[in-house]
Design a binder for this molecule. Structure first.
Ligand SMILES: *Cc1c(COP(=O)(O)O)cnc(C)c1O
Length: 439
């Protein structure tokens, strides 16, 4: 069982495993002044009473103040957009579990991505990103960053040799997901770290390049990018971490020196995680994360094996399969808290067809039959939930990309994304088989 190496933790807590820590967090926290609750109390108050103007002044002085953030003093809460106990308890636990120095939560995954890039990038800077991205992340880079004079360079980072030639003095961020949404590419985080370290040797602190990894598909149970060389990890908490499909949220985990900027950005741009969502994610999501993801991964492995042997299936990309081209890299990067291989709950596969058009048509047939008839396959976006969700990126999550450009963005037009839940795997396989029979 692994434990954290963070030095801002109580040494007593270091004796316990990450799975245990997900349930207890810091256990006794200065952020929580209701000493006798077993479950963190959910406050519905957006605003907090101040005893004196001096206490108010102190609270404003301490907000996002690097020294106050280092201290173990009880925080002075003022207003929910600045800070509130449930968010901060969730942040403490996410920081611990992702092996970072600090975490700042946001209203959604997109809030977190906009937040970390908002503090790292300014007009004139360049961002290099993997060519395949979550649809709204692509839209942010493609539609909005040009208006801010931030240049977005898209490349294939599964071939890390592509990177050095694209770095210029204006490069500030290397951004990617691993596993990649929706096609389950994997990117070698350690190799990207080595390339960036080489570039950073000749740069001062101001001009450093940072690596930001979206770890939503893996969740910290399967992978901790900071341990592998990333500077920042971002999450959509809406997916596997929240786990039940009831709440939206996002988080940035990274170096302590960026905590104040992230808090100021969140305060002024306003993508604040609601205290109620923070409470749900903390109380239900984190404490069951290991149980859910472990079961999802076991199910995904069985389903990937079934699909890879099915005569109507053209390809299956699942990092757990020995036949997957990323299998060796997955074994290096995707490891659970106890050191076991943890290839995760997401599968990308395509059905056969004589032509691209026929593949797309067959994919549609399969999807529509499943949506109408399969008890355990729900046609829906999102992922990481207790029930299995199935979607067709080309017409759904990635429809912002024109069809003729899909392949250039690494998305097979007939590819189907399966987000495996915690059902009985035999039921899932039976429903998949019946749906494949329709082709
Ligand atoms: C869902 C998702 C996001 C965006 O998260 P929201 O909480 O929906 O804003 C970002 N990245 C990945 C990989 C996602 O799956």
């Amino acid at each position: 069982m692994s434990t954290t190496k963070n030095n801002n933790e109580n040494p007593e807590e270091l004796k316990y495993s990450a799975e245990t820590h997900l349930i207890y967090g810091k256990n006794i926290s200065k952020k929580w002044d209701y000493a006798h609750h077993v479950v963190s109390p959910l406050s519905s108050s957006v605003v907090f009473r101040l005893d004196t103007v001096e206490r108010g002044a102190e609270g404003f002085f301490e907000f996002a103040n690097p020294e106050a953030l280092q201290s173990e003093l009880a925080p002075i809460y003022i207003y929910d957009r600045l800070g509130e106990p449930n968010k901060e308890l969730l942040e403490e636990n996410l920081q611990f579990i992702e092996k970072g120095e600090m975490a700042v939560t946001f209203a959604s995954g997109m809030g977190a991505i906009s937040g970390v890039l908002g503090v790292l990038l300014k007009s004139g800077d360049e961002l290099i990103a993997h060519r395949t991205l979550y649809g709204c992340t692509f839209s942010l880079f493609h539609n909005w960053y040009p208006r801010l004079n931030i240049k977005y360079i898209s490349t294939d980072l599964t071939e890390t040799d592509n990177l050095p030639g694209l770095i210029t003095p204006a490069t500030r961020v290397i951004y990617f997901e691993s596993p990649v949404n929706p096609n389950l590419d994997l990117i070698d985080i350690g190799q990207i770290r080595r390339i960036v370290d080489e570039e950073n040797k000749n740069r001062d602190e101001e001009n450093r390049i940072y690596i930001v990894v979206d770890n939503t598909f893996a969740t910290p149970f399967c992978q901790r990018p900071i341990e592998l060389g990333a500077d920042f990890t971002v999450h959509s908490l809406t997916k596997g971490i929240s786990g039940f499909g009831t709440d939206m949220g996002g988080a940035v985990i990274g170096p302590k020196k960026f905590q104040n900027l992230l808090l100021l950005f969140r305060k002024d741009f306003g993508a604040v995680l609601s205290s109620k969502a923070a409470w749900t994610i903390l109380t239900y999501g984190l404490s069951t994360l290991h149980l859910r993801i472990k079961r999802q991964t076991e199910n995904a492995m069985k389903i990937a094996r079934f699909l890879s042997e099915h005569p109507k299936v053209e390809f299956v990309n699942y990092p757990g399969l020995e036949s997957c081209k990323y299998h060796a890299l997955a074994k290096k990067q995707m490891i659970d808290f106890s050191g076991n291989f943890a290839p995760g709950s997401m599968i990308f596969f395509g059905v056969k067809g004589e032509s691209v058009d026929e593949q797309k048509k067959n994919g549609g047939k399969f999807m529509n039959f499943a949506a109408q008839n399969a008890y355990t396959l729900t046609l829906a976006v999102s992922l990481g939930l207790t029930r299995t969700l199935i979607e067709h990126p080309a017409t759904m999550t990635h429809s912002v990309i024109p069809t003729e450009k899909l392949e250039r963005h690494g998305i097979h037009p007939g590819g189907i994304r399966l987000a495996v839940g915690i059902e009985d795997p035999e039921d899932l396989i039976r429903d998949l088989e019946q749906s494949l029979d329709q082709i």
